[in-house]
Structure formats: C-alpha cells, structure tokens
Design a protein around this ligand. Structure first.
Ligand SMILES: O=C(O)C(=O)C[C@]1(C(=O)O)C=C[C@@H](O)C=C1
Length: 269
C-alpha cells in the first residue's frame, strides 16, 4: 500500500504516517495542497495530514482541502509533538530562523526566553526547515526541527524540547478514497457552514441528541478572509447508521454541510 504525506523526510507527518501504517510505502509531497493532489493518483491509497494542534489550532490548508476534495477520513491519531532548535553558534546571535508557522506558534515563548528575536523565514514543513539549515554555509541560521529531522539530516542541536506547552500534541487524519466500513464504535466528521453563534451550537447539539448521537467535538474555524465561517463537528455513529442519516437530514434543513468521513472513534473522546 502506498501512502502520501507532507515531506521531505523527517516531518511530524512522516512520523505519524509510520505509526498509521507500519508497512506502507511512504511518498512525500512538498505541501499539504500537493498531498491532497497526489492522493488523486491511482497507485496512492491513503494520505496522512495534520488537522489540529492543541496550541496552534486548526491547520487551515487541510481544512480548505477537505472542503475541496471528495476524499474520506478513515481514521485519526494524536501525537505528542516536541521541537528541537538546531544550528551552530549562539541562538541569540542568529540572523534568521527557519520555521514552519505552526511549529513557530508552538515555540514562541521559549524562543523569546532564549533571546531569539531574528527574522523568521517561513517554511512548508519541519523537514524543509531541516533541509534548508543543512544548506546554510555561514552558520548564521537556526531552525525549529523535529527530533526525527535532526537525526536524519545530522543537525547540531542547540536546545531540545523548545515547545511552550509540555503537553503539545497534534492530531493527524488518515484520508482515503472511500468511506471506511463500520466497526461498531465509530464517529463521523462534518464541516457545517455557519457563523459562530452559541444558538447554532445549541441547535446542532439538540438535533444530534434527539437521535441519541453524542457531539464529541464542535469547534468553529476562523479561516482567512473570503471563506464562509464554519464548524468542524465530530459525532458518534457511522454514516451507514439510520440515526446518523436522520441527524444529517435534520441538519441539512438548516445548514449547508459536508460529510468528511466515518471512522473508529479515537480513544481520547
Ligand atoms: O512540519 C511538519 O513536520 C508537519 O508535519 C506539519 C505540522 C503542522 O502543520 O501542524 C505537524 C505537526 C506540528 O504541529 C507542526 C507542523
């Protein structure tokens, strides 16, 4: 089986992919957009993408692509995320910092305390940050990298565990082309297009409860300008179950929604 994820080698997505499918052949794409695009290829069966970090929030690129494509979420896994600061010399004397925007948001306070106030150069992934640091000849650049990337690219580590929150964790989605079979302990995910309003949330919860479904997650997403405001919802039950179909029918009378997949309920919910 062939799986596509965010590359190059050494990203957290790479790490999560190895956990998701021990024996899969992993291929790498340069961006999350490219991961979704490549999942359209016949010989690739699944993709692994980050969806949400407990500190830096939803990964917008993933949500926008879930909206755009008709793929199906087949599972999810949550990984503890720890970041390393790599490079040569003193962190406070560096001229630039290579960082993925989510990684930067997760380490901001620690970097501040370390005296790192230089220019931030945004990269497409932690793997890209590691690779670009490897090419730096002058030794004036530092980078936030994953422990796996530090090992693969043999980078000098200036400081380990620079994430602000020791409980830092990211949830990754396993995405495929067809709806997964029911296991008997499933949940279903949806995007519900609506303004973020308490009344809307109460309405969604009430419609689910009416059919004995439990809302596991209901979070509004503030995407960049130009996008309709929306909710990410996770609810107990599989799309093939009648009660779920009934909730969907009732929700559809009030909202525009998109079913994203039905999969085994994660342990933490
Ligand atoms: O850059 C990586 O290593 C990724 O897999 C991406 C990503 C993300 O987009 O959230 C994954 C986990 C961490 O939260 C930081 C970065």
């Amino acid at each position: 089986m062939k799986l596509v994820t965010l590359g190059p080698k050494g990203t957290f997505s790479h790490q999560a992919s190895k956990k998701a499918h021990k024996n899969a052949e992993i291929v790498f794409a340069d961006s999350i957009d490219a991961v979704f695009f490549r999942l359209g290829e016949k010989e690739i069966q699944e993709a692994v993408v980050p969806i949400q970090n407990n500190r830096s929030g939803f990964v917008e690129e993933t949500v926008v692509n879930l909206m755009k494509y008709d793929f199906s979420i087949r599972g999810c896994l949550t990984e503890k995320i720890t970041h390393f600061l790599a490079g040569k010399g003193k962190p406070e004397e560096a001229k630039s910092l290579l960082a993925h925007p989510h990684a930067f948001a997760q380490c901001k306070e620690t970097l501040d305390a370390l005296g790192v106030h230089c220019k931030v150069v945004e990269t497409l992934s932690n793997g890209h940050s590691a690779m670009q640091l490897k090419l730096d000849q002058k030794g004036e650049t530092i980078a936030i990298v994953s422990p796996l990337a530090a090992e693969i690219y043999k980078l000098p580590v200036l400081k380990e565990h620079i994430e602000d929150d020791p409980e830092n964790a990211t949830t990754f989605l396993i995405i495929g082309k067809e709806v997964k079979k029911a296991t008997g302990n499933d949940c279903s995910a949806f995007l519900i297009f609506s303004d973020p309003l308490k009344a809307v949330e109460n309405q969604i919860r009430a419609l689910a409860k009416e059919k004995k479904c439990e809302v596991l997650k209901l979070e509004n997403l503030l995407l960049q300008e130009g996008h309709t405001p929306l909710y990410f919802m996770e609810m107990t039950g599989h799309i093939f179950e009648e009660k779920v179909q009934e909730v969907i029918a009732n929700l559809k009378q009030k909202f525009l929604l998109k079913h994203l997949g039905s999969y085994e309920r994660p342990n933490h919910t």
